[in-house]
Design a protein around this ligand. Sequence first.
Ligand SMILES: Nc1ncnc2c1ncn2[C@@H]1O[C@H](COP(=O)(O)OP(=O)(O)OP(=O)(O)O)[C@@H](O)[C@H]1O
Ligand SMILES: [Mg+2]
Length: 282
Amino acid sequence: MEPIILLEDVSFSYEGASGRALDGVRLSITPGEFVGVIGPAGAGKTTLAHALSGVTPHVRRGDFYGAARVAGLDTVSSSVAELSKTVGCVFQDIESQFVTTMVEDEILFALENFSVPRDEIPSRVDRALNDLDIADLRLRSISTLSGGQKQKVALAAALALAPSVLVLDEATGELDPASSVQVFELLTQLQRERGATIIVIEQKIMLLCAYAERLLVMDQGRVVIDGSVRRALEQPDRLLALGVNCPRVTTLAARLREKGLYHGAPPVSLDEAEAMVREALA
Ligand SMILES: Nc1ncnc2c1ncn2[C@@H]1O[C@H](COP(=O)(O)OP(=O)(O)OP(=O)(O)O)[C@@H](O)[C@H]1O
Ligand SMILES: [Mg+2]
């Protein structure tokens, strides 16, 4: 299948900065993949998210090398507005994301600007608000909301559009565990029902690994591990050395394997973790 995202040797350095925020990134993602991205602070995760949405190099300026194609568009020769018709994003710097001042308007704005049929708009707004459990915030001013509520509004606006590519950059950082799970369920629904491609940068690695099929680990502007979630989790020492806070259950799996007490793959769910512990105790 044709890749929906294709990065060929993409490097980027911010204006005035000496080092490269992205350094020779090669990446091919096929439609419908659910890809997790992890890595230590400053690894280039946000710059990668920006490169997919065109924010880099159009808004955050600097020297861009290589080629990036997303949904058939070259990110350097296409405008951010053009890209945003297919690439939905929730950015880490959420304050910079809002274009209106009221919750309902934020979701309406997205739908009205992306040629969603008029008669569909009211039901799409209702659904987005209900999906994120924020119907009660509908008429609130965004500036009065908590960090977590703001994240839900940005997620609702992004999900309402049902984009073919959705990029989330630490978009659940201020949500409680139940709401975070709910967001991942919504992402999976978008992936299954619409064949959307989902790219999620996330600190909650265990949660990410329960939903993502493929994991990219970034360090110093490079993608240093790219493979199935299980394969990435099979290298806990490498992840720890990179400064990625590895799930404890993954480290435990590696130790038990070393001692010959466990023979399976690193668990990616609570059930699998329980099965591992039972095997080790048996
Ligand atoms: N606007 C900017 N101007 C100059 N340098 C920047 C800018 N934004 C990021 N950088 C640098 O680019 C590199 C990659 O940063 P980036 O924000 O992409 O990392 P990250 O993996 O998202 O980090 P975090 O986990 O802290 O969000 C870092 O060295 C950072 O200091
Ligand atoms: Mg970041």
